[in-house]
Write a protein of this length. Structure first.
Length: 254
């Protein structure tokens, strides 16, 4: 069976993460600035892709996923010819109206996260309703999807789920550092942390966070002591402010 075709505009980290999740189900073309960076992309991906330079590219009738930096969008758009069938953008903070500098029939904003490369992204979507089913199928290939009702909601989703892997990585590293400080070997701390996140990732799918917390925090116990420290030092407020600041940034990316 012939695989459907997709064209990635850009060959950075997000493009690579998405490509890793899509390479089994789609035939990929990658458009970039130099042959060298395209070959590096192909090597990192571990499979063959059609490699095209901007100067030789045509978007006519294609399905595009735009993965360039937001600040590069205007310049890149002048180097693309033809009218695409569909344009999906993963550019944070870049509204649908700004995407019209690249000619396409229909437009969708998408915000996957780093877990796309292992097929476990949660991807928020908003845009032309005509692309709803295709968008859900396409980004469903790299995890789960959520179609939102407005661009404001997508910018908030960017601050939560798009940036979220960095927040959780900070927490994971800090918990390991705490265990090492108290005397646990680094490798053992890392093993325990990974098991913790794997189990929690399953539990959080079926249980509300407050109920998970209550189920492990017995009166006067070790968890209550540690939880008290997190509240005392403002971890809850810090997480809420992280989402706020990331959302504000998403609204004002240039």
């Amino acid at each position: 069976m012939t695989k459907p075709s997709l064209t990635l505009i850009g060959n950075g980290k997000m493009a690579l993460s998405i490509a890793k999740g899509l390479k089994e189900t789609y035939s990929l073309e990658v458009i970039g600035r130099t042959q060298e960076t395209l070959e590096q992309f192909e090597t990192s991906l571990g499979c063959s892709v059609q490699k095209t330079l901007y100067e030789a590219s045509s978007c006519e009738g294609k399905t595009l996923i735009v993965c360039v930096k937001p600040s590069n969008l205007a310049e890149i758009s002048t180097r693309l010819s033809g009218k695409a069938k569909a344009l999906y953008s993963v550019l944070a903070g870049t509204p649908l109206a700004s995407l019209h500098c690249i000619s396409a029939v229909s437009y969708v904003r998408a915000m996957p996260n780093l877990a796309a490369e292992v097929g476990l992204s949660i991807t928020s979507l908003v845009g032309d309703a005509s692309l709803h089913d295709e968008a859900v199928t396409l980004f469903g290939s790299i995890g789960t999807t959520l179609w939102l009702g407005s661009e404001k909601e997508l910018d908030i989703a960017t601050a939560l789920a798009g940036s979220g892997p960095a927040y959780l990585a900070l927490i994971a590293e800090a918990l390991c550092d705490g265990a090492v400080r108290e005397g646990l070997k680094r490798n053992d701390a890392m093993t325990l942390m990974r098991g913790l996140f794997e189990g929690f990732g399953t539990l959080i799918q079926i249980t509300h966070p407050a109920l998970l917390k209550d189920s492990v925090m017995s009166p006067g116990g070790t968890t209550a002591a540690g939880y008290g420290a997190l509240e005392r030092l403002g971890v809850r407020h810090g997480c809420m402010e992280a989402v706020r600041d990331a959302y504000e940034k998403a609204k004002n990316i240039k």
